[in-house]
Design a protein around this ligand. Sequence first.
Ligand SMILES: Nc1ncnc2c1ncn2[C@@H]1O[C@H](COP(=O)(O)OP(=O)(O)OP(=O)(O)O)[C@@H](O)[C@H]1O
Length: 580
Amino acid sequence: MEIDLRLESSLWVGKKRYKAVLTGWHFQWTEVDKNNREKKTTSVPVSELIGLEKGQVEILPHKSVEDTDKDFTVFYVKRSSSGGPYGLLWQFGRIQFSCASGALRDQWTSHLRAALKTHSPSRPHRLLVFINPYGGKKKGRNIYHSLVAPLFELAGITSHVIVTERANQARDHLLKKDLSGFDGVVCVGGDGMFSEIMHGMIGRTQQEAGLSENDLNVTLQPCHLHIGIIPAGSTDCVCFATVGVNDPVTSALHIIIGDSQPLDVCSAHHPDPTEPVRYSVSLLGYGFYGDVLAESERHRWMGPLRYDFSGAMVYLSSRSYAGVVHYLPADPLLSSPRDNTRCLSGCSVCSKSTERLFPHSTVSESVHSFQCSQYRSDRSEAGWVSVAGRFRCVSFTCMSSSCPRSPLGLSPSAHLADGTGDLILVRESHPLGFLKFLHRHTSSEDQFDLPFVEVHRVKAFRFSLPPGEEEDSLEDMESEAARERENQESPQCGMDSETKSRTGSEQQLTDRAKVGYKPRGDWSREKSLFCGPCCTEAPAVSVWNCDGEILPFSEIQGRVHGQLVHLYARGIEDKAACVG
Ligand SMILES: Nc1ncnc2c1ncn2[C@@H]1O[C@H](COP(=O)(O)OP(=O)(O)OP(=O)(O)O)[C@@H](O)[C@H]1O
């Protein structure tokens, strides 16, 4: 039975009188002048109220409380149009009302609290927070404690905070420790930290379901806990592509109100099933993007500038790589990477996909049966398409991968949660043509409208080296590796040991080395191949850039898992529709 939450009365803000109405779903206040004429109305959905306190209360920059009888303070989500060209910045709105009596004040606070409870059932109450103190400009701790923690406290959220002391600590915690009682996990850091947490969450969910995540044919179980991202890294692409801005307060507010954005994830498997699976949401890139990452790891000391520097070096080396790409196209009637649409908050393509993926309310059973039957047909060769050639880059993304420097992203019409990803093939081309392709990512010009570029919306793909090429390249690598071993301490190509122990990518490589990598996956060999223009011979193979981490092999099989994780986000809001 619906409780009657409706309440209406006059309230005062300073000397101004307002007509305030709570309808249950909305709380609105309209200024009324001396002649009883109504002026501007502010309306806030109850789901976007952050909290309320009796008295006159301030939260930021410091908490202060003046406990008065007739006042109450409401905190709510306030949209600002100043978030940049595409996203909307959310601000922490605050308004302090005075009532005619203490009894009316108590009526307002109890009605508002009841409305919040009824109409915001998915808000988190207890969160596990991981802070990477070394991410980005090393401000993660400060960002969390000064901007986020006070808002969580106001919203009645308790948090267990872990400041990481090493790479992969968060992943290991999520894989091994008791997570009962938590509603979600918060990542304070950049894309590398998010990737670590996503790997831990997906791994834990499969462990509990008794599934082998390394098996390409296994249908993975969606994760139950939501992930929130507080951007504090040098690259925060996942946050930008799912929220529209990189702003800690905006992200904290999405977490508080319990927003939910499903996200497709691509699993990347080496043909050898004993190699651990990796997951990607924003970029799996071979060739240019793999080389840039490998090169940039050698210049960590440059800070974020290393990406520009390495990009220029790799561009100048003008490399292309031979390969065969096989892909399983998605249904072209549902959407296409060239259809000029944007996946915005409430996207109908993603909603239809949710209905397809989860046709019944018993989510886990239906997901299992749907995805199993879908992938059974994927495994046969029927419907697969092959493309062979030399490529500047082969990229795959499950989202637009927009970021502040490329506001429309790698694939502007890609969807966050439709169970597909976009495969972008850039063939060997004139260097100026490739420069044009790269430059178009920073503007609104169509980067796919070039003769050497093709893009396909797919459900799965494979990349293999052409027959014969593989053995040659392995021999090349062996001799490079032998040379490299002789020059182990070479300052030109070597990484200093301090840098090495800091990075997640290398930590992962070290971990893999411990479990016995095959010779191809040995970083000491790979790094000699990606020294940029300082190398005289162009290497025959590249590596994969998996959301900013190096996968030290060339052959790969990728498969999209529809809506495998959920973020505390709602996709990019349509600015025109949200800000009047
Ligand atoms: N305490 C720690 N010490 C060293 N590395 C850590 C620590 N905590 C997390 N990491 C690792 O640091 C890597 C980079 O973190 P993050 O993404 O937060 O920062 P970033 O500045 O954006 O980094 P990058 O530009 O390399 O992606 C992650 O892969 C993560 O696993």
